[in-house]
Ligand binder design. Sequence first.
Ligand code: PLP
Length: 377
Amino acid sequence: MNKQALKTPYFMIDESKLIANLEKAKRLKELSGAKLVLALKCFSTWGMFDIIKPYLDGTTSSGPYEVKLGYETFGGETHAYSVGYSEDDVKEVADICDKMIFNSQSQLAAYRHIVEGKASLGLRLNPGVSYAGQDLANPARKFSRLGVQCDHIEPAVFSEIDGVMFHMNCENKDEDAFIGLLNDISDKFGEHLDQLEWVSLGGGVFFTWPGYDIEKLAAALKAFSEKHGVQLYLEPGEAIITKTTDLVVTVVDVVENEIKTAIVDSATEAHRLDTLIYDEPASIAEASEEGAHQYVIGSCSCLAGDQFCVTQFDKPLEIGQRLHIMDSAGYTMVKLNWFNGLKMPSVYCERSNGDIEKLNEFGYDDFKRSLSQWSVS
Ligand SMILES: *Cc1c(COP(=O)(O)O)cnc(C)c1O
Protein backbone atom coordinates (compact mmCIF):
# COMPACT_ATOMS: atom_id res chain seq x y z
CA MET A 1 0.00 0.00 0.00
CA ASN A 2 1.17 3.48 -0.89
CA LYS A 3 0.45 6.12 1.75
CA GLN A 4 -0.55 8.79 -0.77
CA ALA A 5 -3.23 6.45 -2.10
CA LEU A 6 -4.86 6.07 1.34
CA LYS A 7 -8.01 8.13 1.81
CA THR A 8 -7.96 10.59 4.70
CA PRO A 9 -8.82 10.84 7.49
CA TYR A 10 -6.84 7.92 8.89
CA PHE A 11 -4.74 6.94 11.87
CA MET A 12 -1.27 5.57 11.16
CA ILE A 13 0.27 3.63 14.03
CA ASP A 14 4.05 3.33 13.74
CA GLU A 15 5.22 -0.13 14.86
CA SER A 16 8.84 0.93 15.44
CA LYS A 17 7.81 3.77 17.74
CA LEU A 18 5.48 1.46 19.64
CA ILE A 19 8.23 -1.10 20.10
CA ALA A 20 10.57 1.62 21.41
CA ASN A 21 7.99 2.36 24.14
CA LEU A 22 7.48 -1.34 24.84
CA GLU A 23 11.23 -1.88 25.24
CA LYS A 24 11.17 0.74 28.01
CA ALA A 25 8.25 -1.08 29.63
CA LYS A 26 10.21 -4.33 29.48
CA ARG A 27 13.21 -2.71 31.10
CA LEU A 28 11.03 -1.30 33.88
CA LYS A 29 9.57 -4.76 34.51
CA GLU A 30 12.96 -6.43 34.59
CA LEU A 31 14.49 -3.88 36.96
CA SER A 32 11.53 -3.54 39.34
CA GLY A 33 9.85 -6.96 39.37
CA ALA A 34 6.53 -5.17 38.83
CA LYS A 35 4.02 -6.58 36.34
CA LEU A 36 2.48 -4.31 33.70
CA VAL A 37 -1.09 -4.61 32.42
CA LEU A 38 -2.34 -2.48 29.53
CA ALA A 39 -5.23 -0.13 30.38
CA LEU A 40 -7.67 -0.87 27.58
CA LYS A 41 -9.67 2.30 28.13
CA CYS A 42 -6.73 4.23 26.65
CA PHE A 43 -6.02 1.99 23.69
CA SER A 44 -7.87 -1.13 22.67
CA THR A 45 -7.18 -1.43 18.95
CA TRP A 46 -6.80 -5.17 19.35
CA GLY A 47 -5.38 -5.63 15.88
CA MET A 48 -2.11 -4.37 17.39
CA PHE A 49 -2.06 -6.76 20.35
CA ASP A 50 0.16 -9.40 18.77
CA ILE A 51 2.91 -6.77 18.81
CA ILE A 52 2.23 -5.67 22.41
CA LYS A 53 1.61 -9.07 24.04
CA PRO A 54 5.23 -10.25 24.32
CA TYR A 55 6.11 -7.16 26.38
CA LEU A 56 3.26 -6.86 28.89
CA ASP A 57 1.55 -9.22 31.37
CA GLY A 58 -2.08 -8.68 30.42
CA THR A 59 -4.81 -6.07 30.46
CA THR A 60 -6.95 -4.06 32.84
CA SER A 61 -10.37 -2.66 32.22
CA SER A 62 -12.80 0.05 33.20
CA GLY A 63 -15.97 -1.73 32.11
CA PRO A 64 -17.38 -5.20 31.38
CA TYR A 65 -16.78 -5.31 27.61
CA GLU A 66 -13.16 -4.35 28.07
CA VAL A 67 -12.70 -7.39 30.32
CA LYS A 68 -14.07 -9.65 27.61
CA LEU A 69 -11.95 -7.98 24.94
CA GLY A 70 -8.80 -8.32 27.02
CA TYR A 71 -9.55 -11.97 27.75
CA GLU A 72 -10.32 -12.80 24.11
CA THR A 73 -7.70 -10.80 22.27
CA PHE A 74 -4.78 -10.27 24.65
CA GLY A 75 -4.76 -13.04 27.21
CA GLY A 76 -2.26 -13.20 30.04
CA GLU A 77 -3.67 -11.71 33.25
CA THR A 78 -7.08 -10.11 32.90
CA HIS A 79 -7.84 -7.53 35.58
CA ALA A 80 -11.43 -6.36 35.95
CA TYR A 81 -12.29 -3.04 37.53
CA SER A 82 -15.32 -0.84 37.23
CA VAL A 83 -16.56 2.18 39.14
CA GLY A 84 -19.93 0.47 39.39
CA TYR A 85 -20.85 -3.14 38.61
CA SER A 86 -24.35 -4.53 38.32
CA GLU A 87 -24.88 -8.09 39.54
CA ASP A 88 -25.16 -9.25 35.91
CA ASP A 89 -21.83 -7.59 35.11
CA VAL A 90 -20.14 -9.38 38.00
CA LYS A 91 -21.52 -12.76 36.93
CA GLU A 92 -20.29 -12.27 33.37
CA VAL A 93 -16.89 -10.98 34.34
CA ALA A 94 -16.04 -13.30 37.26
CA ASP A 95 -15.54 -16.33 35.00
CA ILE A 96 -13.05 -14.67 32.68
CA CYS A 97 -10.98 -12.39 34.92
CA ASP A 98 -8.00 -13.21 37.13
CA LYS A 99 -8.49 -10.26 39.47
CA MET A 100 -11.73 -8.50 40.29
CA ILE A 101 -11.28 -5.06 41.79
CA PHE A 102 -14.28 -3.35 43.38
CA ASN A 103 -14.55 0.41 43.76
CA SER A 104 -16.30 0.38 47.13
CA GLN A 105 -16.76 -1.72 50.25
CA SER A 106 -20.49 -1.95 49.52
CA GLN A 107 -19.88 -3.52 46.08
CA LEU A 108 -17.32 -5.87 47.60
CA ALA A 109 -19.77 -6.98 50.28
CA ALA A 110 -22.62 -7.42 47.79
CA TYR A 111 -20.72 -9.46 45.20
CA ARG A 112 -17.75 -11.17 46.83
CA HIS A 113 -19.68 -14.45 47.02
CA ILE A 114 -19.95 -14.51 43.21
CA VAL A 115 -16.24 -13.97 42.73
CA GLU A 116 -14.76 -16.15 45.49
CA GLY A 117 -13.05 -19.24 44.18
CA LYS A 118 -13.00 -17.78 40.67
CA ALA A 119 -10.75 -14.71 40.83
CA SER A 120 -8.47 -12.88 43.21
CA LEU A 121 -10.39 -10.14 45.07
CA GLY A 122 -9.31 -6.53 45.20
CA LEU A 123 -10.54 -3.14 46.38
CA ARG A 124 -9.71 0.31 45.07
CA LEU A 125 -8.47 2.69 47.76
CA ASN A 126 -8.27 6.45 47.37
CA PRO A 127 -5.00 7.67 48.89
CA GLY A 128 -6.30 11.24 49.04
CA VAL A 129 -3.22 12.49 47.18
CA SER A 130 -2.58 12.61 43.45
CA TYR A 131 -0.66 14.04 40.54
CA ALA A 132 -2.96 15.34 37.83
CA GLY A 133 -2.88 18.50 35.74
CA GLN A 134 -6.63 19.07 35.61
CA ASP A 135 -9.35 18.70 38.20
CA LEU A 136 -11.56 16.80 35.74
CA ALA A 137 -8.98 13.99 35.68
CA ASN A 138 -7.94 14.15 39.32
CA PRO A 139 -9.00 11.02 41.25
CA ALA A 140 -8.34 12.84 44.56
CA ARG A 141 -10.64 15.76 43.67
CA LYS A 142 -13.17 16.96 46.21
CA PHE A 143 -16.07 14.53 46.66
CA SER A 144 -14.26 11.92 44.54
CA ARG A 145 -16.22 8.70 44.02
CA LEU A 146 -13.13 6.76 42.92
CA GLY A 147 -12.05 4.26 45.54
CA VAL A 148 -12.55 4.00 49.30
CA GLN A 149 -11.43 7.08 51.24
CA CYS A 150 -8.83 6.47 53.99
CA ASP A 151 -11.13 7.39 56.86
CA HIS A 152 -13.89 5.08 55.61
CA ILE A 153 -11.86 1.89 55.50
CA GLU A 154 -13.02 -0.95 57.74
CA PRO A 155 -9.70 -2.53 58.83
CA ALA A 156 -11.36 -5.98 58.81
CA VAL A 157 -11.75 -5.69 55.03
CA PHE A 158 -8.06 -6.45 54.54
CA SER A 159 -8.52 -10.04 55.69
CA GLU A 160 -11.24 -10.53 53.03
CA ILE A 161 -9.26 -9.35 50.01
CA ASP A 162 -6.06 -10.35 48.22
CA GLY A 163 -5.02 -6.96 46.92
CA VAL A 164 -5.72 -3.28 46.45
CA MET A 165 -5.52 -0.81 43.60
CA PHE A 166 -4.55 2.85 43.81
CA HIS A 167 -4.84 5.06 40.73
CA MET A 168 -3.81 8.64 41.39
CA ASN A 169 -1.56 9.77 38.53
CA CYS A 170 -2.25 11.41 35.19
CA GLU A 171 0.68 11.91 32.79
CA ASN A 172 3.12 12.13 35.68
CA LYS A 173 6.55 12.74 34.11
CA ASP A 174 8.25 13.49 37.42
CA GLU A 175 9.71 10.36 39.03
CA ASP A 176 10.30 12.15 42.35
CA ALA A 177 6.67 13.25 42.54
CA PHE A 178 5.59 9.64 41.99
CA ILE A 179 8.01 8.34 44.61
CA GLY A 180 6.58 10.92 47.02
CA LEU A 181 3.09 9.46 46.48
CA LEU A 182 4.47 5.95 46.90
CA ASN A 183 6.00 6.87 50.26
CA ASP A 184 2.75 8.48 51.30
CA ILE A 185 0.86 5.26 50.51
CA SER A 186 3.41 3.21 52.40
CA ASP A 187 3.04 5.44 55.48
CA LYS A 188 -0.75 5.60 55.40
CA PHE A 189 -1.61 2.02 54.43
CA GLY A 190 1.60 0.06 55.07
CA GLU A 191 0.41 -2.16 57.92
CA HIS A 192 -2.62 -3.21 55.84
CA LEU A 193 -0.60 -3.77 52.69
CA ASP A 194 1.62 -6.19 54.59
CA GLN A 195 -1.37 -8.57 54.76
CA LEU A 196 -1.96 -8.58 51.00
CA GLU A 197 -0.60 -10.51 48.01
CA TRP A 198 -0.66 -7.73 45.45
CA VAL A 199 -0.91 -3.97 45.06
CA SER A 200 -1.66 -2.18 41.81
CA LEU A 201 -0.43 1.39 41.52
CA GLY A 202 -2.68 2.22 38.58
CA GLY A 203 -1.74 4.16 35.45
CA GLY A 204 -0.52 7.63 34.63
CA VAL A 205 3.19 7.04 35.30
CA PHE A 206 4.83 8.46 32.18
CA PHE A 207 7.95 6.29 32.17
CA THR A 208 8.34 6.46 28.38
CA TRP A 209 8.75 10.25 28.41
CA PRO A 210 12.19 11.33 27.10
CA GLY A 211 14.61 11.63 30.01
CA TYR A 212 12.42 9.73 32.49
CA ASP A 213 14.67 7.99 35.01
CA ILE A 214 13.40 4.41 34.72
CA GLU A 215 16.15 3.08 37.01
CA LYS A 216 15.06 5.39 39.82
CA LEU A 217 11.41 4.46 39.44
CA ALA A 218 12.26 0.75 39.29
CA ALA A 219 14.37 0.92 42.45
CA ALA A 220 11.53 2.63 44.35
CA LEU A 221 8.99 0.06 43.15
CA LYS A 222 11.27 -2.81 44.08
CA ALA A 223 11.89 -1.39 47.56
CA PHE A 224 8.13 -0.91 48.09
CA SER A 225 7.27 -4.45 47.02
CA GLU A 226 9.99 -5.92 49.24
CA LYS A 227 9.02 -3.78 52.22
CA HIS A 228 5.38 -4.87 52.10
CA GLY A 229 5.84 -8.35 50.63
CA VAL A 230 3.51 -7.73 47.68
CA GLN A 231 3.56 -8.28 43.91
CA LEU A 232 3.30 -4.82 42.35
CA TYR A 233 1.37 -3.96 39.21
CA LEU A 234 1.28 -0.85 37.04
CA GLU A 235 -1.59 -0.21 34.63
CA PRO A 236 -0.09 1.94 31.86
CA GLY A 237 -2.21 3.24 29.01
CA GLU A 238 -0.89 6.48 27.54
CA ALA A 239 2.74 5.62 28.40
CA ILE A 240 2.62 2.60 26.09
CA ILE A 241 1.06 4.28 23.07
CA THR A 242 2.41 7.82 23.38
CA LYS A 243 3.91 9.44 20.28
CA THR A 244 3.31 6.41 18.07
CA THR A 245 0.44 7.58 15.90
CA ASP A 246 -0.53 10.34 13.49
CA LEU A 247 -4.08 11.31 12.56
CA VAL A 248 -3.65 12.17 8.87
CA VAL A 249 -6.08 14.72 7.46
CA THR A 250 -6.52 16.77 4.27
CA VAL A 251 -7.05 20.53 4.01
CA VAL A 252 -10.40 20.93 2.27
CA ASP A 253 -10.78 24.71 2.46
CA VAL A 254 -9.14 27.88 3.77
CA VAL A 255 -11.39 30.64 5.10
CA GLU A 256 -10.47 34.02 6.50
CA ASN A 257 -11.98 36.08 9.32
CA GLU A 258 -9.17 38.31 10.61
CA ILE A 259 -7.08 35.14 10.77
CA LYS A 260 -6.79 32.24 8.32
CA THR A 261 -8.43 28.95 9.19
CA ALA A 262 -7.55 25.78 7.30
CA ILE A 263 -10.51 23.43 7.45
CA VAL A 264 -9.54 19.74 7.53
CA ASP A 265 -11.61 16.60 6.96
CA SER A 266 -11.75 15.65 10.64
CA ALA A 267 -13.01 17.10 13.92
CA THR A 268 -11.76 17.03 17.47
CA GLU A 269 -15.26 16.40 18.77
CA ALA A 270 -15.60 13.22 16.69
CA HIS A 271 -12.03 11.98 16.22
CA ARG A 272 -9.76 13.50 18.84
CA LEU A 273 -12.09 14.27 21.69
CA ASP A 274 -9.54 14.97 24.41
CA THR A 275 -8.25 17.97 22.45
CA LEU A 276 -11.62 19.49 23.25
CA ILE A 277 -12.31 18.06 26.73
CA TYR A 278 -8.93 19.01 28.16
CA ASP A 279 -8.36 22.07 25.96
CA GLU A 280 -4.95 20.73 24.91
CA PRO A 281 -4.03 21.89 21.38
CA ALA A 282 -2.69 19.26 18.98
CA SER A 283 0.68 19.46 17.21
CA ILE A 284 1.08 19.27 13.44
CA ALA A 285 4.15 17.56 11.96
CA GLU A 286 4.35 19.99 9.02
CA ALA A 287 4.25 23.14 11.21
CA SER A 288 7.33 25.23 11.92
CA GLU A 289 7.57 27.52 14.93
CA GLU A 290 9.33 30.25 12.96
CA GLY A 291 6.99 30.02 9.98
CA ALA A 292 5.48 33.27 8.66
CA HIS A 293 2.09 31.80 7.79
CA GLN A 294 -0.26 31.34 10.71
CA TYR A 295 -3.40 29.21 10.58
CA VAL A 296 -6.07 27.89 12.82
CA ILE A 297 -6.36 24.18 12.04
CA GLY A 298 -10.12 24.07 12.08
CA SER A 299 -12.36 21.06 12.11
CA CYS A 300 -15.19 20.33 9.71
CA SER A 301 -17.75 19.85 12.49
CA CYS A 302 -20.45 22.43 13.16
CA LEU A 303 -19.22 23.18 16.68
CA ALA A 304 -18.06 26.82 16.61
CA GLY A 305 -15.00 26.33 18.81
CA ASP A 306 -13.89 23.01 17.32
CA GLN A 307 -10.26 23.42 16.30
CA PHE A 308 -7.11 21.30 16.56
CA CYS A 309 -4.65 24.15 17.17
CA VAL A 310 -3.27 27.49 16.00
CA THR A 311 0.14 27.09 14.38
CA GLN A 312 2.64 28.43 11.83
CA PHE A 313 3.92 27.10 8.52
CA ASP A 314 6.82 28.11 6.26
CA LYS A 315 4.57 28.18 3.20
CA PRO A 316 0.87 28.92 2.72
CA LEU A 317 -1.31 25.83 3.08
CA GLU A 318 -2.93 24.51 -0.07
CA ILE A 319 -6.23 22.80 -0.54
CA GLY A 320 -5.65 19.07 -0.96
CA GLN A 321 -2.53 19.14 1.20
CA ARG A 322 -2.21 16.52 3.94
CA LEU A 323 -1.36 17.31 7.55
CA HIS A 324 -0.19 14.88 10.23
CA ILE A 325 -1.73 15.52 13.65
CA MET A 326 0.83 13.93 15.94
CA ASP A 327 0.44 11.79 19.04
CA SER A 328 -3.11 10.76 18.28
CA ALA A 329 -3.37 7.21 19.65
CA GLY A 330 -4.25 7.31 23.35
CA TYR A 331 -7.87 8.05 24.24
CA THR A 332 -8.74 8.74 20.59
CA MET A 333 -9.68 5.53 18.74
CA VAL A 334 -11.57 4.36 21.83
CA LYS A 335 -13.65 7.55 21.77
CA LEU A 336 -14.46 7.86 18.05
CA ASN A 337 -18.06 8.89 17.42
CA TRP A 338 -20.31 9.70 14.49
CA PHE A 339 -21.18 13.31 15.34
CA ASN A 340 -22.18 15.27 12.23
CA GLY A 341 -22.07 12.10 10.11
CA LEU A 342 -18.43 12.76 9.36
CA LYS A 343 -16.31 10.10 7.70
CA MET A 344 -14.71 7.93 10.37
CA PRO A 345 -10.90 7.65 10.17
CA SER A 346 -9.54 4.30 8.99
CA VAL A 347 -6.80 2.72 11.09
CA TYR A 348 -3.51 1.51 9.63
CA CYS A 349 -0.23 0.25 11.00
CA GLU A 350 3.11 1.03 9.38
CA ARG A 351 5.25 -2.03 10.10
CA SER A 352 8.94 -1.75 10.94
CA ASN A 353 9.76 -3.01 7.43
CA GLY A 354 7.74 -0.22 5.82
CA ASP A 355 4.67 -2.33 4.94
CA ILE A 356 1.29 -0.75 5.59
CA GLU A 357 -1.46 -2.95 7.09
CA LYS A 358 -5.12 -2.02 7.42
CA LEU A 359 -6.72 -2.61 10.85
CA ASN A 360 -10.05 -0.90 10.40
CA GLU A 361 -12.21 0.89 7.88
CA PHE A 362 -15.70 2.32 8.24
CA GLY A 363 -18.46 3.20 5.86
CA TYR A 364 -21.92 4.70 5.71
CA ASP A 365 -23.46 1.40 6.88
CA ASP A 366 -21.56 1.58 10.17
CA PHE A 367 -22.88 5.11 10.74
CA LYS A 368 -26.45 4.06 9.96
CA ARG A 369 -26.25 0.91 12.11
CA SER A 370 -25.01 2.93 15.09
CA LEU A 371 -28.22 4.99 15.05
CA SER A 372 -31.01 2.39 14.64
CA GLN A 373 -31.19 -1.18 13.62
CA TRP A 374 -35.00 -1.35 13.43
CA SER A 375 -37.69 1.23 12.78
CA VAL A 376 -40.93 1.61 14.70
CA SER A 377 -43.74 -0.16 12.92
C1 PLP B 1 -7.17 5.63 33.32
C2 PLP B 1 -6.67 4.54 34.17
C3 PLP B 1 -5.45 3.89 33.85
C4 PLP B 1 -4.59 4.28 32.69
O1 PLP B 1 -4.12 5.59 32.81
P1 PLP B 1 -3.00 6.18 31.82
O2 PLP B 1 -2.92 7.61 32.24
O3 PLP B 1 -3.51 6.04 30.41
O4 PLP B 1 -1.75 5.43 32.06
C5 PLP B 1 -5.06 2.85 34.67
N1 PLP B 1 -5.81 2.46 35.73
C6 PLP B 1 -6.98 3.06 36.06
C7 PLP B 1 -7.76 2.57 37.23
C8 PLP B 1 -7.45 4.11 35.29
O5 PLP B 1 -8.60 4.72 35.61
